[in-house]
Ligand binder design. Structure first.
Ligand SMILES: Cc1cc2nc3c(=O)[nH]c(=O)nc-3n(C[C@H](O)[C@H](O)[C@H](O)COP(=O)(O)OP(=O)(O)OC[C@H]3O[C@@H](n4cnc5c(N)ncnc54)[C@H](O)[C@@H]3O)c2cc1C
Length: 397
């Protein structure tokens, strides 16, 4: 099929099938991240998910056998453009499609791929990430959670922290220590297991914004079949790092043009200059505020153009170390833009609850607080700078 025909057919299909409410900006609480423990509020989002999954377009570049559509890079770009043309929402998000699935595609056995990928593509299973521990965040390779070899299974004991969505997840992918006698990077393995396994418990952690997006997760003699090891024993470090590249590219909206990402979520209902006029009535006479708004808009535009160029220039479909640059720039932009909104709104931007504030003011206040974590999640900015120095610029250790 020529690219032109593909575009025409895609456009027709989307025009016919995309529900009206899915052609609007993402509304918090309507996202679908897979699984059945946390349901999105809009039933049409599930219709949209089912239709897109049937086409293989929740994970368009994955092979058809594993629930994708097997699109090449050009077709994928066309699909993204056509989705953007009608302002369509992404049908499915979450760690399964953005982080774990791509990693499993690279390292999994055929049986593991068949077990997990189609269910991820249909949005049936939610995954969470068991990496960080109380004593192992930036220095992840110091992790202590053990998986002892017990013949046909591993026995896991230990705990993880900051496990996003663990209370809603069906499965976890996890880094565990399988050999304590080797140097720390060489004794780590990558396991997958069902969160319903006996001995797994989660305890939500409440954030400064009042939400509980992540948990402490405890493992008490959790049995995991040997078939749930990804890659070879003690080779989990390189797989775990590869997954982080997918995570960072997802956070930086590089991989899939994700329209539910941070850049979308922080958009106010009005343009910043209009917002300034309605709150202060004085933007025209306030050069410093005008400068801040123009600078913010220019930074966003530069970011999006650079992102587009990087995607077009990239010879591989998978993200590399340069992803860290986008992650840092985006995290800083998002935090600064929310500070700017707060500056414009003044005390109206600091509402926690009550009729004196609009819904947008209340939402943005909590988002402003939540966004403080964006330069920590997925590896802090300082760690990204280390990666950029070593792996992108080739500077010595
Ligand atoms: C919103 C959010 C979601 C998260 N979700 C998950 C999840 O789902 N699963 C999961 O496993 N983890 C998750 N995390 C944890 C996250 O990966 C860690 O918080 C992060 O890696 C930092 O580790 P830490 O908190 O232990 O801080 P530390 O490693 O203790 O770092 C403290 C400070 O020291 C700095 N620092 C540390 N080492 C260096 C160095 N070598 N050079 C320069 N500076 C350094 C850091 O930049 C930071 O400022 C999440 C975190 C957040 C905020």
């Amino acid at each position: 099929m020529t690219l032109q025909t593909f575009r025409r057919e895609t456009r027709n299909w989307l025009e016919t099938h995309c529900p009206d409410s899915m052609r609007t900006r993402m509304v918090p609480g309507e996202e679908i991240n897979g699984g059945r423990k946390r349901l999105g509020r809009n039933p049409e989002a599930y219709e949209w998910l089912a239709l897109m999954a049937h086409k293989g377009w929740t994970v368009p570049t994955w092979p058809v056998e594993f629930g994708g559509a097997g699109l090449n890079a050009e077709q994928f770009t066309v699909l993204l453009e056509e989705l953007q043309r009608i302002n369509a929402r992404p049908p499915l998000g979450g760690m399964g499609v953005s982080m774990f699935g791509p990693t499993l595609l690279e390292y999994g056995t055929h049986a593991q791929k068949l077990q997990h990928l189609p269910a991820i593509a249909r949005g049936e299973v939610a995954w969470c990430q068991g990496y960080s521990e109380p004593g192992a965040g930036s220095d992840l390779a110091s992790l202590q959670t053990r998986a002892d070899d017990r013949g046909d299974h591993f026995l896991i004991n230990g705990s993880k922290i900051w496990t996003s969505g663990a209370q809603h997840a069906d499965w976890m992918f996890c880094l565990v220590r399988t050999d304590t006698s080797r140097p720390k990077h060489e004794g780590i393995s990558f396991l997958m297991f069902d969160m319903e396994s006996p001995g797994v418990t989660t305890r939500p952690i409440t954030l400064i914004n009042g939400g509980s997006p992540f948990c402490e997760t405890f493992f008490d003699n959790v049995q995991v079949p040997k078939s749930h090891l990804l890659g070879s024993l003690n080779q989990g470090w390189s797989i775990g790092k590869r997954l982080l590249q997918h995570e960072r590219s997802g956070l930086a909206v590089l991989a899939n043009g994700d329209r539910a990402g941070p850049l979308e979520r922080i958009l106010p209902s009005q343009r910043l200059d209009k917002m300034a006029l309605s709150y202060t009535g004085s933007m025209r006479s306030d050069p410093s505020l005008r400068n801040l708004i123009v600078r913010s808009e220019m930074e966003k535009r530069a970011f999006l153009l650079t992102q587009k160029r990087a995607l077009e220039e990239s010879e591989s479909e998978t993200p590399g170390a340069a992803t860290s640059i986008f992650k840092v720039v985006e995290a800083n932009y998002v935090k600064a833009q929310l500070e700017l909104q707060l500056l414009i709104r003044g005390s109206q931007g600091l509402g926690w609850e009550g009729d004196a504030f609009t819904e947008e003011e209340l939402t943005m206040c909590r988002l402003w607080l939540e966004a403080k974590s964006i330069s920590i999640a997925g590896g802090s900015n300082e760690i990204q700078f280390n990666i950029i120095a070593k792996r992108v610029l080739g500077l010595p250790d």
